[in-house]
Design a protein around this ligand. Structure first.
Ligand code: BT5
Length: 271
């Protein structure tokens, strides 16, 4: 469906003309260049922007990953967007939000290009052993009536594999690199927002078992031998066994056989 040279310009009007969502993207800001769409979305949240506001940039000069890492964000080729959510649940809703976001990105990539992506817990989207998309969730005022969550998504769309910087060339990919053709970013973003809205609505107020199972079916982490980097340079190794009801990863530690519940950590696949 979206596998064509960009037939339409990537503008706010073009994106909104394709939208079929209730709230997501009804207010949409598209900038030629931003430091980080997450930063701009958090600032908009502080000045009262409504639920569902979407911030998009053609280029990011300080695109952020987790833990201070950098998200490579060159101009004109990819999607960098942040979604501001005010209809924020608590507990399991919050902890499943990043996982559901990864699932929505995976479904969008699959529908657009017929590719078979997988999820690396909690929310990285991979094609084979290469990362095609990442998610960064940030929040403000949780537990207050002004609670807001900003979900940032970086999806590599039309960037050629040779255009990645050397350190990413072997570990990153894009829709175009995998499918051999260019994609219409306006159409992709409209599809992504619809998929996200469906996922977010489905997990309110509880995360349905069917969605948890669907996530598990796509999650390449389960059953793997992994090394988990935790806070303060601590690591553990074991077998990733399950996703818990609140979205954490259960790992059976090698040697001790203890069941550990990982809520935040970096996962390395050992085999
Ligand atoms: C992530 O971090 O995967 C979250 C990335 C979120 C980016 C979006 S773009 C819109 C919004 N605004 C922002 O400022 N951020 C969000 P993490 O799991 O920490 O992965 C970062 C690592 O992925 C880096 O250290 C690189 O190894 C790799 N990486 C960086 N840029 C990449 C890219 N474009 N494609 C694939 N891998 C990349």
């Amino acid at each position: 469906m979206a596998a064509a040279a960009e037939p339409r310009p990537f503008t706010a009007d073009a994106i909104q003309g394709l939208l079929r969502t209730r709230a997501l993207g009804r207010e949409l800001h598209l900038h030629p260049r931003l430091a980080s769409t997450n930063t701009t979305a958090l600032a908009l949240a502080a000045s009262g922007a409504p639920h569902g506001t979407v911030v998009v940039a053609e280029e990011q000069t300080a695109g952020r990953g987790r833990l201070g890492r950098v998200w490579h964000s060159p101009a004109g080729e990819n999607l960098y967007c942040s979604i501001l959510l005010r209809e924020v649940g608590s507990g399991a809703w919050l902890s499943w939000l990043p996982l559901m976001t990864g699932l929505a990105v995976l479904k969008t990539v699959h529908a657009a290009a017929g590719l078979q992506p997988s999820l690396k817990w909690p929310n990285d989207v991979f094609i084979g052993s290469r990362k095609i998309a990442g998610v960064l969730g940030e929040s403000a005022g949780l537990g207050t009536p002004d609670a807001v969550v900003v979900v940032g998504i970086g999806l590599n769309v039309n960037i050629g594999r040779e255009s990645f910087p050397t350190e990413l060339r072997a570990i990153a990919t894009s829709l175009a690199a995998e499918a051999g053709c260019r994609f219409d970013r306006a159409e992709l973003l409209a599809s992504l927002l619809l998929e996200l809205e469906a996922c977010y609505t489905a997990v309110t107020p509880e995360v349905p078992a069917a969605l948890r199972e669907e996530y598990g079916a796509y999650c390449s982490t389960l059953g793997r031998q992994v090394r988990v980097s935790l806070a303060e340079d601590r690591t553990i190794e074991g077998r990733a066994e399950a996703i818990t009801e609140d979205g954490a990863l259960r790992v059976i530690e090698s040697g001790s056989g203890r069941a550990l519940t990982i809520r935040t950590g970096d996962i390395l696949y050992l085999r």
